[in-house]
Design a protein around this ligand. Structure first.
Ligand SMILES: [Fe+2]
Length: 350
């Protein structure tokens, strides 16, 4: 194993950053250390608390490789020698692409079947969604009048001219939203929507979701698109308290499509086809789908747990309820390539 982990150190070549988990595996009775190697494109600080808890309960060490991008290429290139046993992604497309490339192993776990509703399980068991998040509108408390933005379509209307901030159109969160727009309106309708939003931007797309809220606070724009959990992360940010002030400047608006429904994406997970610690990988996913981890996802990360009966964090609950768009997650993933092309065609970032 040492040499396999060592080979992860070449990850920088692939644009990956190897991070050793700050968790200690315990030797088994036979003296071997039980472990699982996890590739993740979720931010390490968002998942480390769960992994520490998993290790504490199971004595299985988690070696994590943070893959900001290039996870698919990396696992493809490693082939049957991949050290990766399990993968976590921040959106449906990345996990879908791994399945399409035949790099995932079908999960057979009655615990996972019980914990994860059917709509968040790929039909052959190749991947699951562990949590959901909605892509919503952050709206200025002082400058956005009631009813000005209730739908995603409203963002394209003349009264929003010069009032919208956005991160890059090429970021996966905005590609995911446009993939959902394609599902609603088809290619031409989605292109018109993206052009309409671009025409209403207050400035060139830049920064991450939180930076858009800062811009609203500073009066640069009145609304922005963002993921729900960033609102919670800003509202409770003790390390960077200025983020609390940004968040205090906006309301959460669960924008819907004209037809109804808010765009929702998942955090995805799967077990690799060629990993050598498969049983431990399944145990990790079972743990992440069960009560304790689902509660941690809700309370620490402000995500929506998918396990039936899992409670939302009170803060998330305070934003109100919403209805997710009625669409198969695979449809969102299948629309991804076209959504990327449309963003280029309309030169969203230009
Ligand atoms: Fe994120």
């Amino acid at each position: 194993m040492a040499s396999r982990i060592h080979c992860l150190k070449s990850a920088a070549v692939f644009g990956l950053l190897a991070v050793a988990a700050a968790v200690a595996g315990q030797p088994t009775a036979a003296g071997a250390v039980e472990e699982v190697n996890l590739y993740s494109n979720r931010q390490p600080e968002l998942i480390q608390p769960f992994l520490n808890e998993f290790t504490r309960l199971t004595a299985i060490k988690v070696n994590i490789v943070f893959a900001e991008s290039g996870m698919l290429e990396r696992i493809k290139a490693e082939g049957t020698n991949t050290p990766a046993d399990a993968v976590l992604t921040a959106d449906v497309n990345r996990i879908y692409q791994l399945a399409e490339a035949d790099l995932l192993y079908p999960l057979k776990s009655s615990a996972i079947d019980k914990n994860i509703p059917t709509q968040y399980r790929q039909k052959d068991g190749l991947w699951i969604g562990l949590t959901t998040r909605a892509r919503i509108v952050y709206a200025s408390k002082t400058r956005l009048k009631p009813g000005e933005v209730a739908t995603y379509e409203d963002l394209t209307k003349p009264h929003m001219k010069g009032r919208i901030c956005s991160r890059s159109g090429k970021h996966e969160y905005n590609i995911g939203l446009l993939a959902a727009v394609i599902a609603e309106k088809g290619e031409q309708g989605a292109e018109e929507w993206a052009r309409g939003v671009k025409a209403n931007l207050a400035r060139k797309p830049q920064g991450n979701d939180r930076v858009q809220v800062k811009a609203i606070k500073e009066g640069i724009c009145d609304v922005a698109l963002g993921n729900t959990y960033y609102m919670g992360l800003m509202q409770t940010n003790e390390k960077e308290p200025e983020q609390k002030e940004w968040a205090a400047a906006v309301n959460v608006v669960f924008a819907t499509f004209d037809s109804k429904g808010t765009h929702v994406n998942i955090s995805g997970a799967g077990v690799t086809k060629h990993g050598r610690n498969r049983a431990n990988a399944v145990k990790l996913l079972e743990f992440l789908s069960d009560d304790l981890a689902q509660k941690m996802y809700a309370e620490l990360n402000f995500e929506y747990p998918v396990k039936p009966g899992a409670q939302l964090s009170p803060l998330v609950k305070s934003w109100g309820a919403f209805t997710p768009q009625e669409v198969n997650l695979e449809t969102i993933a299948k629309n991804w390539g076209l959504a990327t092309k449309i963003m280029d065609r309309v030169d969203f970032d230009g």
